[in-house]
Design a protein around this ligand. Structure first.
Ligand SMILES: N[C@@H](CCC(=O)N[C@@H](CS)C(=O)NCC(=O)O)C(=O)O
Length: 194
């Protein structure tokens, strides 16, 4: 399979997850401005949505949207999902929260909105992170090992650090824990982030 990614973008969550899962994959960088891939292809023809992540499966099917990409990887590597009868539901619930309440909340910061709008977005992100922080009583979101939801949250925490958004202490600690992992360092190095 092949992951289309952009350095430091939300696709880093899938990139880390694939490495943590030990799933063999290729990765191709996408220039999000020109929509050209590293090999010179027109990314819009690969994914008409024009955004990353996009995961091309070996049978030629394309999976897009972080929630679907990460749920797919957890399906292939159940240790990165959540166990139990409600496990998949809880995983989707958490991925949806990160996608729609955290990831989307960064939009004013990314599009270069005015300072007031950016500060408002930062405040909302901190508040929504607090919801997760209040419920963490283990090293990671769902126990003592990280999964795809932690890796998606990790990207949100890297962005918070980059843009000066306040992060609740338990999530800062989670970011530090994740950052130390070999697969995470390998993915970040491959994307030129460290
Ligand atoms: N709904 C998509 C949004 C993905 C997304 O926002 N990707 C950004 C990078 S973090 C992107 O590729 N933006 C380029 C663009 O929209 O032109 C998902 O959750 O996967």
């Amino acid at each position: 399979m092949k992951l289309y990614y952009a350095p430091g973008a939300c696709s880093l969550a899938g990139h880390i997850s694939l490495r943590e899962a030990g799933i063999p994959f290729d990765a191709e960088r996408v220039n999000l401005k020109s929509k050209a891939t590293a090999s010179g292809a027109d990314f819009n023809r690969i994914n008409p949505k024009g955004y990353v992540p996009a995961l091309m499966l070996d049978n030629g099917e394309l999976v897009t949207e972080n929630i679907a990409v990460l749920a797919y990887i957890a399906g292939q590597a159940p240790a990165l999902g959540i166990a139990g009868p409600l496990g998949r539901t809880r995983l989707l619930e958490c991925l949806a929260y990160i996608s729609t309440e955290l990831h989307k909340a960064y939009k004013p910061i990314f599009v270069g909105a005015g300072d007031g709008e950016k500060a408002k977005a930062g405040k909302a992100i901190t508040q929504r992170m607090q919801y997760l922080a209040d419920r963490i009583d283990t090293d990671y979101l769902f126990g003592s090992n990280p999964g795809v939801a932690d890796f998606y949250l990790f990207v949100m925490l890297l962005w918070a650090e980059k843009f000066g958004v306040t992060v609740p202490a338990p999530l800062d600690a989670l970011r530090e824990r994740i950052e130390k992992r070999q697969a995470v360092r390998t993915a970040m190095t491959a994307e030129g982030l460290i």
